[in-house]
Design a protein around this ligand. Sequence first.
Ligand code: TXE
Length: 490
Amino acid sequence: MSITKPYDLPCIENLVGGELLAPAMGGYIENIEPATGQVYGLTPNSCQKDLNLAIEAAEKAFSLWANTPAETKAKILNKLADLIEQNQNELAKAEAVDNGKPITLAKNVDIYRAAANIRFFAQACTQFSSESHAVENTAINYTLRQPLGVVACISPWNLPLYLFTWKIAPALATGNCVIAKPSEVTPMTAYLFSKLCIEAGLPAGVLNILHGSGATIGADLVKHPKIKAISFTGGSNTGVAIKQATADQHKKLSLELGGKNPTLVFADCDFDRTVNEVARAAFANQGQICLCGSRIYIENNIYKEFTEALVKKVEELVIGDPLDETTQFGALVSKQHMHKVLSYIELAKKEGGEILTGGEQIKLEGRCSDGYFVQPTIIAGLKNNCRTNQEEIFGPVCTIQGFGSDEQALALANDSKYGLATSIWSQDISRCHRLAQQIETGIVWINCWLLRDLRTPFGGMKASGSGREGGLEAMRFFTEPKNVCVQFKD
Ligand code: TXE
């Protein structure tokens, strides 16, 4: 719901044409701290007028930026990464307040990786090259890879600055100008980032950041005829809506959508390490990472022992105020999301699930007494085809099931409309490689989870999306390949 600025709260601003601006029509959305449930600021609810100004600024800047030497682009992007690092404490605190995630996670993962994304693509733009194909004694083809023009980057609330920069950095490194829209649920670090872009000397109009709701400015942005490509991370339904809204416009689309990721635990795994990592994979960021392993399959002969150890590990998680450095498990991102997660726990019970640990909302004392906290929850006794096991919950809820053979484990893992990531835990490396070939997900981790190398293709199959981000995949997505064929003179 859009409101006009009614009372004195700090206001976030858009970045348009190198300036921080209030929204043209004065509409705002309340920004809520999930750990306290309190409104602590206002976010612009941008409109078509803001979009037109941003598009105009981006188009004006395009020729200059596209023709800026790679070394100069890299220098500006590296300066931006330096500034993120210099301001890491302020950024981490802002992320923890805005999102509800533990501040140590925000610092060591979100903010650290935001700087790493920018630095990686700063280097990539000086290393990027294109193909050439020679036809013996006859001709040579060479492929130009040219920037697309003005592109859109739309990001979600779960890893706010991390995923925002993951898209913006390759778009800028390849010479495009960008209109970026962070999630309206977690806009704060994108706003602080706007200020750092100005300080880093990014030319006016090269990056424009518009805040506001998905249904209004998000929908207008993707449909705008000047937008040549859209890089989106968010819900699968939104991905479908974007595909449908742009079907007749021939835009390039990169869609990173939901997941319902399997974790396969074999009897020969490194037991203690696997317990720790499987717990982390299920509950990091309160289970709000598209890569979280929420369907855990355990080989029958260690099922009991592993389950007991996993429950014990999860019950040891320190739940508390995200701003406390000792907190390991914070608040869910919003009241609405908390109710969605709680409704899935109720559904799991109706479907015959047994709650092994968790299952309830948590009421903390003091500052966080009205926050959106839910216990990390493990559920057993459900069939694979029930809704709890098939639908993305995107919260601190995982299910466990047993399996008797590699074939059964594989069948259970692949029995999902999603196909983002799998983790396999076994010391039989032949089995791991064999399963990795047969599993229908875009990412497979063997004896690890969320071990990232920014050069690798990142993305999913089936309802988890289309296209890949990361390394060369992203550099190619944000460029148009044009083949030039030259025939030799006889
Ligand atoms: O995502 P949305 P939400 C999943 C998760 C979660 C569900 C909904 O299951 O419960 O999605 O979350 C913008 N045109 N994931 O509601 O709505 C929106 O403003 C253009 C998985 O937050 O998809 C935001 O910037 N843009 C996930 C971004 O899209 C639109 C991460 C994502 O919002 C738009 C987050 C439209 N029509 C949620 N509608 C992952 N894969 O990591 C919304 N937006």
